[in-house]
Ligand binder design. Structure first.
Ligand code: UD1
Length: 363
């Protein structure tokens, strides 16, 4: 069976690594070909992940980075249609909720190729979020659904999916973070950006923020910056910033004060080495909400909703919203020792990719 494994943007790369490892155990029956759409193209947003996570060089590069949502999605669709027609894979495996996920799912389905979606069923309920549209459309046309948390199973049932197509398998992202955390424990980093950033900080917090709704408007970004500045007076913060965030920070003249260190995007291992030892993570990312729950690190999510509610009901995540006062109040509670206990949700055990491969082989 020939599988196309689609990856395009940073949050895809850590999800395909465990799938490739699991598939390699069955190389006699499965051939996984990596299709890199090129949605993310900077070295720090893409290449470095392939090197560090041990992902082989992609079999195909579509080179479709940049542009508006429509331009990006359309470029990927045109390029992937050509490839998919020529290669005729038996199955296309898409992960997550980025534009590459949507574009390749649509193309494959129209070419009558089976589509399987990893991380299916997540819903924020917020249709202003581009990822929510990607999730809804991808799930509307996929054939097989690999689900990470109970809410995903419920949503897919409500949307009329057959039980036989929906598989609660745990989370490939967690497979990856546990695997890489063990690697770091076995041989700690002794040099690199995270080692430098940690030097001189007894205790620190880590910030990531890149959602258009948080960083594209000056007033909203300014309010969040005020909250972060206030938190940083009690706990120094390290803020590796996405290219969009860095650009807007400069454009709006955002002042983060003297206790926040802004850094360029970090590679996976550097970033993990940083946040795994943080007192607190403040983020608007999807994946980091789950990774912090997997490793038991306190996380405050600066969004009004989350498509990953299990991180709140069972994990260490607290949904604080974007009101500056609420963010500082929640951070202060953690710094005063009121830390929420969390546990790893069911099947977040490092074996999700193996379950997925087993299901694919039994079809
Ligand atoms: C994408 C995903 C988002 C994910 C995020 C993580 C969608 C809809 N969104 O958002 O879910 O959380 O990636 O990183 O797919 N840019 C660079 N270099 C790069 C990539 C992007 O400079 O390697 C800049 C470009 O100016 C680009 C902009 O960032 O236009 C936005 O990139 P894009 O891929 O459109 O969306 P992200 O905001 O990265």
């Amino acid at each position: 069976m020939i599988i196309h494994l689609i990856a395009g943007a940073r949050p895809n790369f850590m999800k395909i690594a465990p799938v490739l490892r699991a598939a390699a155990q069955h190389a006699d029956r499965l051939t996984c070909r990596i299709v890199h759409t090129g949605q993310h193209y900077d070295r720090a947003m893409s290449e470095v992940f392939f090197e560090e996570l041990g992902i082989p060089e992609p079999d195909f590069h579509l080179g479709c980075g940049g542009g508006s949502h429509a331009e990006q999605t359309a470029k990927i669709m045109v390029a992937y249609e050509k490839l998919c027609t020529e290669e005729k894979p038996d199955l296309v495996l898409v992960v997550g909720d980025v534009n590459s996920t949507l574009a390749c799912a649509i193309v494959a389905k129209k070419l009558h190729v089976t589509v399987a979606h990893i991380e299916a069923g997540l819903r924020s309920g917020d249709r202003e979020m581009p990822e929510e549209i990607n999730r809804l459309v991808t799930d509307a046309i996929s054939d097989l659904f690999f689900v990470t948390e109970p809410s995903g199973v419920e949503h897919l049932r409500r949307e009329g999916k057959e039980d036989a197509a929906v598989h609660y398998v745990g989370h490939v992202m967690v497979d990856n973070v546990l695997f890489q955390r063990d690697r770091l424990l076995a041989s700690p980093l002794v040099e690199g950006r995270s080692v430098e950033l940690k030097k001189g900080h007894e205790a620190y917090g880590v910030v990531t923020m890149h959602r258009p709704s948080n960083v594209d408007e000056k007033a909203v970004f300014g309010g969040l910056a005020r909250a972060l500045r206030e938190v940083s007076e009690r706990l120094p913060l390290i803020f590796p910033a996405h290219p969009r965030t860095l650009g807007n920070m400069e454009k709006f003249g955002i002042d983060l004060g003297p206790h926040i260190t802004v850094a360029e995007p970090l590679g996976y291992m550097d970033f993990l080495n940083l946040w795994k030892d943080a007192q607190l993570v403040l983020t608007d990312s999807g994946g980091l909400q789950e990774e912090t729950t997997a490793l038991g690190v306190p996380c405050l999510t600066m969004r009004e909703n989350t498509e990953r509610p299990v991180t709140v009901t069972e994990g260490t995540n607290v949904l604080v919203g974007t009101d500056p006062e609420a963010i500082t109040a929640a951070a202060t509670r953690i710094l005063n020792g009121e830390v929420k206990a969390g546990r790893r949700p069911e099947l977040w055990d490092g074996c999700a990719a193996e379950r997925i491969i087993k299901i694919l082989m039994e079809r």
